[in-house]
Design a protein around this ligand. Structure first.
Ligand code: MN
Length: 234
């Protein structure tokens, strides 16, 4: 029924180290809505929703147990890196997920985007969770077995320490080959206690933020715009 898949699902399951009892759950995790619509199948969207939460949980749990001394802010910036589309799409590429994804219609011949890869990766973990009988602990161990070492060495190398302005710019360059712009909206308060309000915008995405320095206001505004862009596809 899924002749369009160029690789056997067996290889994928071997790579993850898990064999599905219900193969249909695995297929659902790999099915984009464009294909689902054409073939009367379920798409991965609700699985992605659940998988997103599961991966957040796995990552936070790993970080908290390995770095009990880290501040919440540090943990937050590590977490946002390890659950980012960029990072998850790399993990998906390593599993060659692009070879298994079912896409239909006009999309069929398109390049599989990083965001599609990351979404299916999230859905995949939800499908394992459901298939194994909802044992979060079992699935977490599987995830740790595959990715914990890698997460720890990335932390060690400081890979996650990119700032939001850089992250945003990478995202907009990748999507549109454009850079966001920053504009001072207002400067308030006395000299020694100024508050800067900065607007960051790119295309239809726009946010403002305040800070004690231009730089900190820019960082916050960039963070907001990045979140707007990332949530616009949901
Ligand atoms: Mn997603």
């Amino acid at each position: 029924m899924h002749a369009s898949s160029s690789k056997s699902l067996e290889e994928l399951q071997k790579a993850i180290g898990y064999t599905f009892k219900n193969q249909e759950l695995l297929i659902q995790a790999l099915t984009h809505k464009s294909y689902a619509g054409e073939h009367g199948l379920k798409s991965y969207e609700t699985l992605e929703f659940l998988g997103d939460s599961l991966i957040n949980f796995f990552v936070v749990d790993i970080l908290l147990s390995e770095f009990p001394q880290a501040s919440e802010g540090e943990l937050a910036s590590m977490k946002s890196y390890f659950v980012s589309e960029e990072y998850l799409s790399e993990l998906a590429e390593e599993l060659s997920l692009d070879a298994y994804i079912f896409v239909g219609g006009k999309r069929r011949n398109n390049h599989i985007s990083p965001s599609l890869l990351a979404d299916t990766f999230e859905a995949l973990w939800a499908s394992i969770y459901l298939d194994c009988g909802k044992s979060a602990d079992f699935v977490k161990k599987l995830y740790e077995g595959l990715y914990k070492e890698r997460i720890l060495s990335a932390v060690g190398a400081g890979e996650y320490k990119k700032d939001y302005k850089t992250l945003l710019q990478e995202e907009t360059q990748r999507r549109w080959k454009e850079r966001p712009t920053y504009r001072v909206v207002s400067i308030e308060g006395p000299h020694h206690n100024r508050v800067f309000e900065i607007e960051c915008s790119i295309r239809e995405f726009r946010a403002t933020a305040k800070g004690r320095s231009k730089k900190s206001a820019q960082q916050l505004a960039a963070k907001k715009v990045l979140e707007l862009i990332q949530s616009s596809e949901k």
